[in-house]
Write a protein that binds this ligand. Structure first.
Ligand SMILES: NC(=O)c1ccc[n+]([C@@H]2O[C@H](COP(=O)([O-])OP(=O)(O)OC[C@H]3O[C@@H](n4cnc5c(N)ncnc54)[C@H](OP(=O)(O)O)[C@@H]3O)[C@@H](O)[C@H]2O)c1
Length: 288
């Protein structure tokens, strides 16, 4: 095998940083994204993989619009379930390791202690169900697979909570109103670059299966918003509110804190606390 890594979904929030992080190491990185590849189409996947014959395939592609998935069920399953299956079947043919990204939304959020990899999933939404089916099909179709469940992702690229809350705060300053942020949903903000570094550490470990893969600690969206605004020097009144104040088409799990139990058990976990990770993100932002 060679040291080629094919990063699928390379233009997305996570994919962009995956390309950057792997390029800094000893890997030959090939990147591909829609429409050069359509993961829901087996032939398109076969062609892309035949061209590069990668030792590693990292799938960062997905249909991530959680609310839209409720009305676009067929598309959600085509991209989030059939897509990973196509990659897994092809990886099995070529002997590649398939790294696949999944989500905390496979859980219903009714637990009150962090979810470990052996907890039973019970997704509440079409997005969560389609991602869970993707996990199942990857595990069934490819013997060498690693599935990383991540959560509350932010980074320099794409849309995320950090950018949304800063924009919302600036608007509230102009209108003189306070900014309301949900304070009854709990999770762990996780910085893209640290997910990439964690995957980099794992891909040659010889371990397969599911790994929880988030920063340490947890908070509410309200706590995270306050941290973002204070560290960004944005002075706006922030008030806590409930999930019911912001009804959305797809219900979010109330509590989706993940424990990196397997990574810790294997001595592989390198995630810092979420507040330390956010400082790391701010450093990257300053230097970008
Ligand atoms: N964002 C989060 O908070 C979060 C939380 C937990 C888990 N995750 C998981 O993390 C992974 C990365 O998320 P992200 O935020 O980086 O997503 P993203 O920014 O939406 O990027 C997804 C990428 O996939 C591409 N794509 C969509 N349909 C495709 C298809 N049929 N074939 C090939 N590529 C396709 C998109 O291309 P276009 O832009 O052209 O559509 C985009 O470049 C996903 O598996 C997601 O489920 C994300």
């Amino acid at each position: 095998m060679n040291n080629t890594v094919l990063i699928v979904g390379s233009g997305g929030q996570l994919g962009s940083d995956m390309v950057k992080v792997f390029r800094k190491e000893q890997y030959a990185v090939e990147e591909i994204d829609f429409p050069s590849i359509d993961i829901s189409d087996r032939e398109s996947v076969r062609k892309a993989i035949a061209k590069t014959r990668p030792s590693y395939i990292i799938n960062c592609a997905a249909f991530t619009a959680v609310d839209d998935c409720e009305t676009k069920q067929e598309t959600a399953y085509a991209i989030n379930a059939k897509g990973p299956e196509n990659l897994a079947l092809t990886a099995e043919e070529t002997g590649s390791l398939l790294v696949h990204i999944s989500t905390d939304y496979v859980f219903d959020g009714t637990k009150i202690t962090p979810y470990v990899e052996t907890d039973a999933p019970n997704p509440l939404t079409v997005y969560g169900k389609s991602k869970l089916e993707g996990e199942r099909l990857v595990a069934q179709s490819c013997s060498r697979h690693q599935i990383f469940r991540i959560a509350w992702l932010y980074g320099l690229h794409g849309n995320n909570f950090v950018k949304a809350i800063r924009n919302a705060a600036v608007k509230k300053i102009s209108s003189g109103e306070p900014l309301k942020v949900v304070n009854d949903q709990f999770g762990t903000p996780t910085y893209t670059v640290e997910v990439c570094r964690q995957i980099l550490k794992c891909i040659n470990s010889g371990n397969h299966g599911i790994f929880h893969c988030t920063s340490e600690g947890w908070c509410s969206w309200y706590d995270f918003a306050r941290e973002i605004l204070s560290k960004s020097g944005i002075d706006v009144k922030v008030v806590p509110c409930t999930t019911e104040d912001f009804p959305r088409p797809a219900p979010r799990p109330r509590y989706s804190v993940l424990e990196n139990a397997r990574l810790k058990g294997l001595g592989l976990n390198i995630f810092p606390e979420w507040k330390v990770a956010f400082e790391n993100y701010l450093d990257e932002e300053k230097n970008s």
